[in-house]
Structures are given as structure tokens and as C-alpha cells.
Design a protein around this ligand. Structure first.
Ligand SMILES: *[C@@H]1O[C@H](CO)[C@@H](O)[C@H](O)[C@H]1NC(C)=O
Ligand SMILES: *[C@@H]1O[C@H](CO)[C@@H](O)[C@H](O)[C@H]1NC(C)=O
Ligand SMILES: *[C@@H]1O[C@H](CO)[C@@H](O)[C@H](O)[C@H]1NC(C)=O
Ligand SMILES: *[C@@H]1O[C@H](CO)[C@@H](O)[C@H](O)[C@H]1NC(C)=O
Ligand SMILES: *[C@@H]1O[C@H](CO)[C@@H](O)[C@H](O)[C@H]1NC(C)=O
Ligand SMILES: *[C@@H]1O[C@H](CO)[C@@H](O)[C@H](O)[C@H]1NC(C)=O
Ligand SMILES: *[C@@H]1O[C@H](CO)[C@@H](O)[C@H](O)[C@H]1NC(C)=O
Ligand SMILES: *[C@@H]1O[C@H](CO)[C@@H](O)[C@H](O)[C@H]1NC(C)=O
Ligand SMILES: *[C@@H]1O[C@H](CO)[C@@H](O)[C@H](O)[C@H]1NC(C)=O
Ligand SMILES: *[C@@H]1O[C@H](CO)[C@@H](O)[C@H](O)[C@H]1NC(C)=O
Ligand SMILES: *[C@@H]1O[C@H](CO)[C@@H](O)[C@H](O)[C@H]1NC(C)=O
Ligand SMILES: *[C@@H]1O[C@H](CO)[C@@H](O)[C@H](O)[C@H]1NC(C)=O
Ligand SMILES: [Cu+2]
Length: 640
């Protein structure tokens, strides 16, 4: 062989290896049984009759094709690839009624997009009440160019999650029910570590591991640390960061942290990997719910696997690493002077139908009759007119490439991990910052962001796709609208999303329309199969897009004059007098612990109870007028 040919062959081999490839997964969804916590066997959504689900692994630049067959028989499905920008392929994003129709039982749907990102992601079902049934798993993008590629020896993926023993089709209806007026979230029965418990991860001494940590839960954030081992953060939510040392992480649902951990030289001992569930999110803590769990970095299989001494008894006293202090490795500068600022307040309210809803401003996200992306396609010149998307999808139309600022003021006492599809955002401000006082909501009235009084923004703000807002606090995030699409902005607590805690960013819809031709016919056929219109405005009107007659609306507001909280207490006490305390026991309502949904919303319960008009007006709601029970009064502890 001549040297020239050898060089050519070598060159060809090189080109071959650096060429993007297509990675194809065939997912046949079927119900299987699993018992990951050893406490109860239950039905879970399996893929190809297996659960835990397969981890999707690709290299940066690959084309990812997932052929999904919904073999569930009794449940709609879809897949959202969390954190994927879907740049140019908005139709592959997955949320039902936003960018596609739900895929009915017996039908196929192919997701097909180019992966031009790095890092740690996950995938999950994005129809109502679906992913807590086990339909969620890691999605890993390998990047041999990562700046830390030479700094570790082995790559380990670990998920954490909350776990329920009932299927969501059982849990959902009792959660959103007049018997649960405070919207108390369903309590998980356990917390899983990589879809199991009490596991040992075998490690070699004197070796650096890259741990990809992902919270694939539906509700509860978790603290994470490894006894006597330092964590070095190198990536959050797909964004490489300057290396930062940390002891304890707080990982909300949907967040990811990639950390490097160097093992010890000695193999005499094993070390606890400790996860502690954020109990602040739970309305009540059943005595049999194990909040903290131990798994082991196992240096030596025959040595003891000890239980940890958790340094604090109250998990809210942990001082986790503050993600606001991270610096992206690419040092992308602060997006200065937003062109478009959106301010929304998070709160929860009971509407006239007696159900508890979540609001951004005064709107609870209510699905349209037509997936919003398809409204964009059918809107012609009206695509930039917010009206056609319906008031109750809470649409905001963004101009191509403008700098957008979202100010999120949390008037609720819970934390909310907000996620934006199609982007990550620069986290420019948060109050209060992480630390034990993050939860000091009992002592404060909600504080709204004041643009003329805030801490200095970082020169190069950390970026991530899921950002937690403190109880009663706020955060400010910015992004550039450089990705035409209909992008869901929502709380990633699945229960809150089902209560309507979301809104739509409709980015450059005029440009988005030009992508209509590349949408596979199968997407529209899915709508036909599901019996959903795929043309027209939010109300399905194809003739006059400004006519929203038939639009799905949120239930009407409760009459003014007395507070929702007082009414709830009263309605609830009346109902409970009739029905007995069955449902109460289910949700732990007998506990004298108030879920003060809205900070500072003073519930003048005694006044309401003393007000005969209030009782009268409730009788129209189907209440019996029976007097409130003492347990209920106890529960609705007054704010002031
Ligand atoms: C999916 O799996 C089920 C159960 O194993 C099987 O009956 C069905 O034929 C499979 N469907 C496809 C399309 O692979
Ligand atoms: C699937 O979604 C369609 C449209 O919303 C609905 O009519 C149908 O009942 C759903 N199917 C199942 C099995 O939930
Ligand atoms: C995926 O998309 C690419 C680019 O549009 C196309 O060439 C390819 O045929 C598609 N593959 C499948 C399986 O749909
Ligand atoms: C993705 O990886 C490339 C090469 O490793 C790097 O230059 C880029 O900054 C990374 N992107 C992010 C958002 O970290
Ligand atoms: C976690 O589970 C995934 C999927 O089953 C598996 O690929 C991975 O190796 C597991 N991680 C550890 C540390 O065992
Ligand atoms: C640890 O590894 C480094 C290089 O990987 C080596 O130089 C050193 O001798 C090792 N130390 C022990 C105690 O094994
Ligand atoms: C392991 O030994 C090497 C030297 O061989 C030393 O540099 C390193 O700090 C030791 N690691 C630990 C965790 O003690
Ligand atoms: C860890 O959890 C167990 C079970 O929930 C509990 O008994 C124990 O007190 C917890 N330990 C700490 C330090 O919180
Ligand atoms: C593993 O642990 C056992 C029990 O403590 C001990 O006897 C043994 O020496 C250890 N092995 C190594 C390789 O450290
Ligand atoms: C929300 O508030 C706006 C502005 O005050 C008002 O125009 C709109 O009707 C309200 N929407 C609902 C559903 O109350
Ligand atoms: C500025 O904000 C801080 C923190 O919320 C607050 O303590 C302070 O009173 C504010 N100052 C003014 C002038 O509003
Ligand atoms: C999408 O692609 C365009 C053009 O290639 C690029 O300018 C933009 O930054 C990308 N947006 C995202 C969010 O990746
Ligand atoms: Cu939430």
C-alpha cells in the first residue's frame, strides 16, 4: 500500500468516526409489574416489557429516532425529551395539546430530531397523569470534547425520584376533587434511588467518577450528599460550568447535576450516599414514609454498610449548594436590557366548581381544542395575534431574537421548580437565596421583584432549564427568543401542572409556520385517531380565527365578599359531615397542619363561619349546611 493510500484510508476512518449517526430506539409501551421499593408490587409503564426503562444514549450531533408504539391499551401517551431545544423541530417536543395530539392506545408516533447539545437530560411522558407511572428515564449525550472529558475515569448515571403505589389514573381524580379543596398533593409512598433502594455502587480506589444525577420524580426535591466525599460540579441541566466544589446538592424534580467524585485510596470502608426528601413540600409526613435513604459507594463488598449520621434532623436546615453562584464554562454574558418583560405571580385558588387550581396571574392553564402549534400553522397572518390562542392557554407571543425576561413572584408557600421548553434561561436573580431561610415563609409576606431594588446581576449568569422559586419569594430569568416554537413554561411538579400551573411562549410564530411542510403526516393522523381537531384557533374555529366561541375556559371565580379559604373550610366541613372522614384519612386532613397555600391570604374563617350569608350561598354548591367540625377548624389555622 502506498503511503498516500494509507493516509487516505486513515482520513476516511476519521471522517467516518466523526460523522453524526442515527440512533434508533423502538419503544413498545406496555404495562408491566414492578416493586422497586420492596413494599408493593404495582403496574408501571414498561418499554418492550421492561422496567426500569432504557437509558437513551447518544453522541452530540446524532440524529435520534424513537419509534413509539402505544401498547398500553387504556392510556394516551407522548414523549418529551426534557431539555432538548428541538431547534427547527418544535413538533417533536412532546407535550400533549401544545405541540401534538395525545397518542391513543394502539397508535404509533415517531420522534426524530438532531441532538446538538451536550450533557445530562431525561425523557418522560407529557400527557396528564402519566409519568409518575414510571414512564421516565435518563437521556445522556456523550461529548468527547467536554472540558472535563480527561478528568474522570468512569461515568455513572443515578436517578432519584418519588414513588407512588397507586397508578395515576387512581390518584389523579381524588387529587383534583372537591374532597381535596386545599389541593394537598398526593403523598408518595417512598423515594427511589436509581429505581431501587439500598443499592451499592461498586467503586475502585483512587479513581475519579463522573456522576450524572437526575431527579426524575413528579413532586419532591431531594438533598444529595456522599459521606466524606467532595462533589465537583461540572454541569447543570446540560450547561457546562466552571468546576465548583459542593458538599450537599438540592435537586428539584427535573434538575440535573453532573459532578466529579474522586474515591479514596483505601478500600477498608464503604461510604453512605445519602438522599433526603424535601419534606417542606409534603402536607403531612406519615410515620412510615422514609424521607432519607442510604445507598453506598462500595469500596469493599465484605466491609460494613453502615447507616449514616445525618448532620441535621430538620432537612430544611441543610445548606445546599446555591446554583446561583455557578458560572457557565462558556461565560455567556448577561443578556442585558430585556426587550420583553413578563411578570407572573404564582398562586392557588378554588374556583366555583370547588376544585383547587394553580394560577400564573389570574389564569389557570386550560387546554385548547387544537394543539397550539397547529393553531400557529393554520393562522396565516394572524399568527402573531395572541387572541387566536385563547385566553386560557395564557399565550405570550415573542418576537424572533428578542431578549425575554420572566419575573416569577411566588405568592404560594411551596417551592416550584419552573421549566421552560426549548431553551435554558439565564438565572439573573432569586430571593431568598438557597439556604435554611429559603423556607422562612411563615415569617414573611410574599415579596415581589422590584426592578429598581435588586442585587447586582451576575456578569455571566448560570443557565439551566429548571429553576426553583422560594416560598413567598421570586426569581428573574432571561433568554433570547432564538428558537421559533410553541414552548410550554410550567411548574415541573406534575400535580401542579395538572392544576394549570403553566403558560405558553409562542416564539416567532411567523417563522414557525415555514416549518409546517416538514411535519410528518403521522402527527395529524394522531389527532384524527384521538378525535381532536388540528386546524383552527384555540376553539377549533377555522373560518374566523378571532371568534373564540367554544373555547375551553377555566371555571368561574368564587363570588367576592369572603375568602376562598374560608369557603373551602366551610364547604369541606359540610361535605365531610355527610361523607364521614374516609377521604380525610386518605389525605391526612385530620392532621392539625395547615397548608397555607397563599402567603398572606388571611382566612377570616371565624367570620365566615359566623356569616349566615356565606353558609346560604354555599348551599347552592350542594353543601348540606351542617356545622363545621372541630378538626377542620383546627386544620385551617389562620394566617394572622
Ligand atoms: C408490544 O408488546 C406487546 C406485549 O408484549 C405485544 O403483544 C405487541 O405485539 C407489541 N407490539 C408491537 C408493535 O411491537
Ligand atoms: C385520549 O385522548 C382523547 C382526546 O383527549 C380522549 O378522548 C380519550 O378518552 C383519551 N383516551 C384515554 C384512553 O384516556
Ligand atoms: C428523520 O429526519 C430526517 C431529517 O428530516 C430524515 O432525513 C429521516 O428520514 C427521518 N427519519 C425517520 C425514521 O423518520
Ligand atoms: C457543549 O460542548 C461544547 C464542546 O465540548 C462546548 O464548547 C459548549 O460550551 C458546550 N455547551 C454548553 C451549553 O455547555
Ligand atoms: C441506574 O439505572 C440505569 C438504568 O437501569 C443503569 O443504566 C445505570 O447503570 C444505573 N446506575 C447505577 C449506578 O447502577
Ligand atoms: C493513585 O493514582 C495515581 C495516578 O492515577 C497514582 O500516581 C498513585 O500512585 C495512586 N495512588 C495510590 C495510593 O494508589
Ligand atoms: C491518594 O493517594 C495519592 C498519592 O498516591 C494522593 O495524591 C491522593 O490525595 C490520595 N487520595 C485521597 C483521597 O486521599
Ligand atoms: C431518617 O429517616 C428515618 C425514617 O423516615 C427516620 O426514622 C430518621 O429519624 C431519619 N433520620 C434523620 C436524621 O432525619
Ligand atoms: C474488606 O473489608 C474486610 C472486612 O472489613 C477486610 O477484612 C478486608 O481487608 C477488606 N479488603 C480490602 C481489600 O480492603
Ligand atoms: C385577568 O385579568 C385581566 C386584566 O385585569 C382581565 O382583562 C381578564 O379578564 C382577567 N381574566 C380572568 C380569567 O379573570
Ligand atoms: C430592597 O430589597 C430588600 C430585599 O427585599 C429589602 O430588604 C429592602 O427593604 C428594599 N429596599 C427598598 C428601598 O425597597
Ligand atoms: C437555534 O438555531 C439557530 C440557527 O441555527 C441559532 O441561532 C439559535 O441559537 C438556536 N437556538 C437554540 C435555543 O439552540
Ligand atoms: Cu409547583
Amino acid at each position: 500500500m502506498s503511503p498516500a493510500i494509507a493516509v487516505l484510508l486513515l482520513l476516511a476512518a476519521f471522517v467516518q468516526s466523526s460523522l453524526a449517526k442515527t440512533v434508533t430506539y423502538n419503544f413498545n409501551l406496555t404495562w408491566v409489574t414492578a416493586n422497586p421499593d420492596g413494599l408493593a408490587e404495582r403496574q408501571v409503564i414498561g418499554i418492550n416489557n421492561q422496567w426500569p426503562l432504557p437509558v437513551i444514549e447518544v453522541d452530540k450531533g446524532d440524529q435520534l429516532v424513537v419509534n413509539m408504539h402505544n401498547g398500553l391499551g387504556d392510556k394516551n401517551a407522548s414523549i418529551h425529551f426534557h431539555g432538548m431545544y428541538q431547534n427547527g423541530t418544535n413538533e417533536m417536543d412532546g407535550p400533549s395539546m401544545v405541540t401534538q395530539c395525545p397518542v391513543p392506545p394502539g397508535y404509533d408516533f415517531t420522534y426524530n430530531f438532531t441532538v446538538n447539545q451536550n450533557g445530562t437530560y431525561w425523557y418522560h411522558c407529557h400527557v396528564d397523569y402519566c409519568y409518575p407511572d414510571g414512564y421516565r428515564q435518563a437521556l445522556i449525550i456523550h461529548d468527547s470534547d467536554a472540558y472535563f472529558a480527561d478528568m474522570y475515569d468512569e461515568d455513572i448515571t443515578i436517578t432519584v425520584s418519588d414513588w407512588y403505589h397507586e397508578v395515576t389514573d387512581e390518584i389523579g381524580p381524588s387529587f383534583q376533587s372537591i374532597y381535596n379543596p386545599t389541593g394537598a398533593e398526593p403523598l408518595p409512598q417512598s423515594f427511589l434511588f436509581n429505581d431501587t433502594l439500598n443499592s451499592s455502587i461498586p467503586v475502585k480506589p483512587n479513581t475519579t467518577y463522573m456522576l450524572r444525577l437526575i431527579n426524575i420524580g413528579a413532586f419532591v426535591g431531594q438533598y444529595f450528599y456522599i459521606d466524606d466525599h467532595e462533589l465537583t460540579i461540572v454541569e447543570i441541566d446540560g450547561v457546562y460550568t466552571e468546576p465548583q466544589k459542593a458538599d450537599v446538592l438540592y435537586i428539584s424534580v427535573a434538575q440535573r447535576y453532573t459532578v466529579l467524585v474522586t474515591t479514596k485510596n483505601s478500600t477498608s470502608q464503604n461510604y453512605c450516599i445519602v438522599t433526603v426528601a424535601d419534606s417542606v413540600l409534603l402536607d403531612v409526613i406519615p410515620s412510615n414514609l422514609q424521607l432519607n435513604n442510604t445507598n453506598w459507594l462500595q469500596y469493599n463488598a465484605t466491609a460494613a454498610h453502615e447507616q449514616p449520621v445525618i448532620p441535621v434532623s430538620d432537612p430544611t436546615q441543610f445548606d445546599p449548594f446555591d446554583d446561583m453562584t455557578l458560572v457557565p464554562y462558556d461565560h455567556q454574558p448577561l443578556l442585558d436590557t430585556p426587550d420583553h418583560s413578563i411578570t407572573v405571580n404564582v398562586n392557588f385558588q378554588i374556583l366555583q366548581n370547588g376544585l383547587d387550581y394553580a394560577f400564573l396571574g389570574n389564569i389557570t392553564y386550560t387546554k385548547p381544542q387544537v394543539p397550539t402549534l397547529y393553531t400557529v400553522y393554520s393562522a396565516g397572518d394572524l399568527s402573531t395575534n395572541e387572541e387566536i390562542y385563547g385566553e386560557f392557554t395564557h399565550p405570550v407571543v415573542l418576537q424572533h431574537n428578542e431578549v425575554v425576561e420572566i419575573v416569577l413572584n411566588n405568592q404560594d408557600t411551596g417551592t416550584h421548580p419552573f421549566h421552560l421548553h426549548g431553551h435554558n434561561f439565564q438565572m439573573v436573580d432569586r430571593f431568598p437565596s438557597y439556604g435554611p431561610h429559603f423556607y422562612d415563609y411563615k415569617n414573611i409576606t410574599p415579596i415581589s421583584y422590584d426592578p429598581s431594588n435588586h442585587t447586582a446581576f451576575p456578569a455571566s449568569p448560570p443557565r439551566r432549564d429548571t429553576f426553583v422559586v422560594a416560598p413567598g419569594g421570586y426569581w428573574v430569568a432571561r433568554f433570547r427568543a432564538d428558537n421559533p416554537g410553541v414552548w410550554f413554561f410550567h411548574c415541573h411538579i406534575d400535580w401542579h401542572l395538572s392544576q394549570g400551573l403553566g403558560m405558553l411562549m409562542i416564539e416567532a410564530p411567523d417563522i414557525l409556520q415555514t416549518q409546517r411542510d416538514t411535519v410528518p403526516q403521522q402527527h395529524f393522523d394522531t389527532c384524527k385517531a384521538a378525535g381532536i381537531a388540528y386546524e383552527g384557533n384555540a376553539a377549533g374555529n377555522t373560518v374566523n380565527l378571532l371568534d373564540l366561541k367554544g373555547e375551553k375556559k377555566q371555571s368561574t371565580w368564587l363570588p367576592s365578599g369572603f375568602t376562598a379559604r374560608g369557603i373551602v373550610a366551610l364547604v369541606f366541613s359540610c361535605i365531610s359531615a355527610i361523607l364521614g372522614m374516609t377521604m380525610i384519612a386518605v389525605y391526612g386532613f385530620l392532621e392539625p397542619v395547615a397548608k397555607q397555600h397563599t402567603v398572606g391570604q388571611v382566612a377570616e374563617l371565624t367570620e365566615v363561619m359566623a356569616d349566615p350569608k356565606a353558609v346560604d350561598s354555599l348551599q347552592g354548591e350542594g353543601a348540606s349546611g351542617a356545622g363545621p367540625s372541630t378538626q377542620v377548624v383546627e386544620r385551617y389555622e389562620l394566617s394572622e
